[in-house]
Write a protein that binds this ligand. Structure first.
Ligand code: NAD
Ligand code: TYD
Length: 351
């Protein structure tokens, strides 16, 4: 594939920063442009180790601004797009659904229109890669796994907005011949994860000896994947995936929230030199999330057999590396939890 000039959107966020690092370091001959609006979730500190590389360029900009996106594509004539920019937190989507429609649906539409316009009639070797989530499939019961043919059945405003954007990407492929791939990935964890999501929120609270707010009875189940394994999968699908295909990505690693939190408490006690059983006492069962999906679990057979991808780290090891990263980067945690974070926290957890 002749993709040499790439646009990565959302590259200052959690997953995007790992994707930017993976591609900038692995492909010195590429020109990689990272477009990010630097919302509360975007942080240039996440990628400061690669910003001096000559093949890396940062653009501050908003994907909801159609004129700006059009001009950017006309000017830069990208060969490929890896689209990660999104509003990504389910709890925020419950409070402000429209923000999710704007960024996740309209923002994606703007990128699709711009790509269509510059690639029309010369789409050979071009690729629009849309990064999505397993949450578009809705909720599983106790049995079964999501496959690429599972019907979409989103339950939260977040997953509905992601499902909508996935449909538009597919529609642009069918209707206008836009060359695309989509991946639907399970829950990620790892370094640089913003502490509004379960694992980093609880790491931060354990450090500060604050309550660990487990929603409902804690029996909800997620399939966890180390973020660097997701970045490796994205690199692979971008280069080796087949146009018009969808690939599910997951860790074959299901955990009930309450079991995960207990493991985290155990590892954190060891790291902090606290007596075993100290942090588990911080667990507090709180009001459930409305529309809370019971269980997500991915069947990652297709990406495994067709592209040869598999996770490289066990959950215990990935969690240890994640905890080590937060301990090695206290200034990162301090900065992202100052100011507006506290306001969010107090509203979400009704202090
Ligand atoms: P994140 O919230 O950490 O980062 C999102 C990034 O997008 C931030 O840098 C933010 O500044 C940027 N952004 C937001 N709105 C923007 C706009 N209007 N214009 C330009 N940039 C904007 O999210 P994440 O967890 O890294 O998720 C990245 C992508 O992966 C999302 O599309 C998400 O749906 C998908 N995904 C996430 C997970 C997960 O577990 N986190 C799992 C599967 C798929
Ligand atoms: P989260 O990290 O928000 O990811 P998602 O909702 O996209 O799966 O939540 C993971 C699970 O943890 C989910 O079942 C909700 C639950 N959860 C809590 O119990 N307490 C919390 O404070 C948060 C943020 C999540």
């Amino acid at each position: 594939m002749s993709n040499r000039k790439l646009l990565i959107t959302g590259g200052a966020g959690f997953i995007g920063s790992h994707v930017v690092r993976q591609l900038v370091l692995k492909y010195p001959g590429y020109e990689i442009h990272n477009l990010d609006a630097l919302t509360y979730a975007g942080n240039l500190e996440n990628i400061k180790d690669v910003e001096a590389q000559s093949n890396y360029h940062f653009i501050k900009g908003d994907i909801t601004d159609a004129d700006f996106i059009d001009r950017l594509f006309q000017q830069e004539q990208f060969d490929g797009v890896i689209h990660l920019a999104a509003e990504s937190h389910v709890d925020r989507s419950i409070k402000d659904p429209l923000a999710f429609v704007k960024t996740n649906v309209l923002g994606t539409m703007n990128l699709l229109n711009a790509a269509k316009s510059i690639w029309q009639g010369k789409s050979e070797g071009k690729r629009f890669y849309h990064i999505s989530t397993d949450e578009v499939y809705g909720s599983l019961g106790a049995e079964g796994l999501f496959t690429e043919t599972t019907a979409y059945d989103p339950n939260s405003p977040y997953s509905a907005s992601k499902a909508s954007s996935d449909h538009f990407v597919r529609a642009y492929g069918e209707t206008y011949g836009l060359p695309y791939v989509i991946t639907n990935c399970s829950n990620n964890y790892g370094p640089n994860h913003f502490p509004e999501k379960l694992i980093p929120l609880f790491i931060n609270n354990i450090i500060n000896e604050k309550p660990l707010p487990v929603y409902g009875d804690g029996n909800y189940t997620r399939d966890w994947l180390y973020v660097i394994d997701h970045a490796r999968a994205i690199d692979l699908v971008f280069h080796k995936g087949v146009n018009g295909e969808t690939y599910n990505i997951g860790g074959f690693n299901e955990w009930r929230n309450i079991d995960l939190v207990k493991l985290l408490c155990k590892q954190m006690d060891a790291k902090l030199g606290r007596n075993p059983g100290t942090s588990v006492k911080l667990i507090t069962f709180v009001k459930d999330r409305p529309g809370h999906d019971l269980r997500y679990a991915i069947d990652a057979t297709k990406i495994n057999t067709e592209l040869g991808w598999e996770p490289s780290v066990t959950f215990e090891e990935g969690l240890r590396q994640t905890i080590d990263w937060y301990f090695d980067n206290p200034q990162w945690l301090a900065r992202v939890t100052s100011g507006a974070y506290q306001e969010y926290y107090d509203t979400q957890y009704e202090k």
